[in-house]
Design a protein around this ligand. Structure first.
Ligand code: TXE
Length: 498
């Protein structure tokens, strides 16, 4: 796919209007492969956030959206899905120019995104309350599920539209209104996407995009009294800070904060399959994924064979321009992230881990000026090392040996995170035991990195709060109201509880 040449100017989308930031200021978005700016983005501040939240509140409380029948909401979601499909090539190329991930991966993701809008569009008119068979005489009691309100959707740079969609499709189906804030590193695709929301015919104010930095725009949103719920994907520290902000007005909260997921390889597995699965878990997307399988727990009896086969396959990975369909490992998205990965590699060496592959910035000619890191493997890692405990968010694998199954489960669980785990075995007893013993939101057996609009996704422990996708995700965007109606003739004793 072709890149945008020169610098493209973007505007934010507030209350159905395209405009610059109130301050008139902008900031640059940088292409990670070329290490050069390619887009100018409005630098919003508190004033823009106030305007966006006011527009979202207005749309929530009065007018076309507030009065729209859920079936009609579902139709709009469906239409939005169709438009995304129509423009998938363009949206995917925009994401690649912003985040440097492979076009092959982003095109696949964007092509799959419509499914969330179809699925949640179908759910919009099936949000049913219940009649409670109440234990009081002459009383009719029922529940209503109502939209939670104005949602601040704050996303990270690794998969901007997918992460937004996981929030937006459920929130729109529930009847909420949204102020989205994409990462300052990757704002462009969310702004391109907003054009499709407009074209689909959503009323003004239902979906707004403010762009800018976490400390300014993110802070303004997460402390705003007009915001009822925050749905966030990002780093653990930002998540902790946001949860503190949310507590001030008890905003509802969904957090997806990454992980340190383990891939457990048992001796009865098909080694060649497991090798492919572990490679895909850590080197696909250059390891910049919340579900990266960054710890390999391998049985000591197959340790050497596995590692030989693993490094042999990983060494064949083609690095280069992410727009090229043949490229398998692209650059790191941001310069701070590139520096962080290199410092994690240094840290692992200092802790005594043995680097058996990579371990440095890539200086291959095909990498140009991009922020590339060689796929890296550390063996002889102990689970107490920081390299085994901290999320690197890059192509760095830590290899740990185990002897007993129970030991493997204990090591896998010995982390502050709990997002995902991979299990490689042909033994059904191990499959079920691992699924029960591992404390993580997604367990993949003989597969890895599978997600679906139908399957709930989220983390245990420090990996987050709440679930996205699947039927239960809609509950994250609803409040339950209980309505009591007495049809008795007399009001009973007013001095006691009924
Ligand atoms: O994320 P941030 P960063 C992890 C990964 C990475 C680390 C830091 O380990 O190394 O996080 O990445 C907004 N109030 N993940 O610094 O800062 C910010 O503007 C409100 C895991 O890029 O958390 C952006 O829109 N918002 C993760 C979003 O938060 C704030 C994916 C994410 O940025 C804010 C990415 C504040 N005070 C990184 N501060 C995953 N779960 O997959 C920042 N933001």
């Amino acid at each position: 796919m072709a890149r945008v040449q020169g610098i493209k100017d973007y505007q934010c989308f507030i209350g159905g209007r395209w405009r610059g930031a109130e301050s008139g200021e902008t900031f640059e978005s940088v292409d990670p492969f070329l290490a050069k700016p390619w887009a100018r983005i409005p630098k919003c501040d508190q004033r823009d956030v106030d305007a966006a939240v006011a527009a979202a509140r207005k749309a929530l409380e009065k007018g076309d959206w507030a009065n729209m029948h859920p079936s009609q909401r579902g139709k709009l979601l469906h239409k939005l899905g169709d438009l995304i499909l129509r423009d998938a090539d363009h949206l995917a190329a925009t994401e690649v120019q912003d985040n440097g991930k492979l076009y092959a991966e982003m095109r696949g993701q964007v092509g799959y995104i419509p499914q969330w809008y179809y699925y949640f569009g179908g759910l919009a008119d099936k949000i049913e309350g219940a009649v409670v068979p109440i234990d009081k005489a002459d009383m009719f009691t029922y529940t209503r599920h109502e939209p939670v309100g104005v949602v601040a959707a704050i996303t990270a740079w690794n998969s901007p539209l997918l992460l937004l969609t996981w929030k937006l499709a459920a929130a729109l189906a529930a009847g909420c209104t949204i102020v989205a804030k994409p990462s300052e590193f990757t704002s462009a695709s969310t702004l391109e996407f907003a054009r499709l929301v407009e074209e689909a015919g959503f009323p003004a104010g239902v979906f707004n995009v403010v762009t800018g930095f976490g400390a300014e725009v993110g802070e303004a949103l997460t402390t705003h009294k007009g915001v009822d719920k925050i749905a966030f994907t990002g780093g653990e520290n930002s998540g902790r800070h946001i949860a503190r902000n949310a507590a001030q007005t008890f905003k509802r909260l969904t957090l997806e904060l990454g992980g340190k997921s383990a891939q457990l390889v048992f001796p009865d597995t098909d080694i060649d399959n497991a090798v492919k699965g572990v490679v895909s878990g850590i080197f696909a997307a250059t390891g910049q994924t919340c579900i990266a399988g960054s710890r390999l727990l391998v049985h000591e009896s197959i340790h050497n064979e596995f590692l030989d086969k693993f490094t042999a396959l990983a060494k064949t990975a083609r690095m280069g321009d992410p727009m090229d369909m043949a490229t398998q490992v692209g650059p790191v998205t941001t310069q701070p992230q590139y520096q962080r990965i290199l410092s994690c590699i240094e840290m692992a060496r200092n802790e005594g881990a043995e680097c058996v592959m990579g371990g440095k910035a890539a200086d291959r000619p095909e990498c140009g000026d991009g922020w590339f890191i060689e796929p890296t493997v550390f063996s002889n890692v102990s689970n107490s090392m920081r390299i085994a405990q901290e999320e690197v968010f890059g192509p760095v694998l830590s290899v740990i040996r185990f002897r007993e199954d129970e030991e493997a489960y204990d090591i896998a669980n010995d982390t502050a995170y709990g997002l995902a785990a991979g299990v490689w075995t042909d033994n059904p007893r191990r499959m079920f035991t691992a699924a029960k013993r591992l404390r993580a939101g997604s367990i993949w057996t003989n597969t890895y990195r599978a997600v679906s609009y139908m399957a709930p996704f989220g983390g245990f422990k420090n990996s987050g709060i709440g679930r996205e996708s699947g039927q239960e995700a809609i509950l994250e965007y609803l409040e339950t109201k209980c309505v009591w109606m007495s049809y008795g003739k007399d009001v009973p004793n007013p001095f006691v509880m009924r």
